[in-house]
Design a protein around this ligand. Structure first.
Ligand SMILES: Nc1nc2c(c(=O)[nH]1)N=C([C@H](O)[C@H](O)COP(=O)(O)OP(=O)(O)OP(=O)(O)O)CN2
Ligand SMILES: [Zn+2]
Length: 125
């Protein structure tokens, strides 16, 4: 029987952003520069690979995520190329697009701001 597993790895980063609302007379509640602590979870889905008995070596996944973390940590998200407006939703898409070419088993990207009790999850339908 082929069984499917979901394995995940997380990383955290700190970053700043400002969300300007063009429809609001003063730019809205989130217009000023401010920072958040983010936690990202990347989930892979698949069967155990022949020989290794794992979906993917989580050490290798961690090394790949570290490359992404180096770009995001202590960044000003508004200046990140290809992100667009720095919402949680756009960060999920950005992370997904960055990882998918090298991680075809990617199934879910979640980004959480634990101190604000909020987050966003993007998953394969
Ligand atoms: N769907 C989304 N909504 C909001 C996002 C987002 O990315 N996606 N982002 C923000 C801002 O980044 C905001 O700075 C979040 O901080 P928070 O303290 O949660 O702001 P709130 O107004 O929701 O909370 P308070 O309870 O008033 O502090 C906003 N929304
Ligand atoms: Zn914010």
């Amino acid at each position: 029987m082929t069984v499917l597993f979901e394995v995940y790895r997380e990383f955290c980063f700190e970053a700043a952003h400002a969300l300007y609302d063009p429809d609001h007379p003063t730019g809205g509640k989130y217009r000023n520069l401010h920072g958040h602590s983010f936690r990202v979870r990347v989930t892979l889905r698949g069967p155990r690979q022949d020989g290794d008995e794992w979906v993917m070596d989580l050490g290798k996944l961690g090394a790949r995520l570290q490359q992404l973390r180096e770009r995001l940590d202590h960044s000003f998200l508004n200046e990140l190329e290809d992100l667009g407006k720095p919402t949680l939703e756009n960060l999920c898409v950005y992370i997904w697009k960055d990882l998918e070419p090298s991680l075809p088993a990617i199934h879910e990207v979640g980004i959480f701001r634990d101190t604000c009790n909020e987050g966003c999850v993007l998953k394969k339908p």
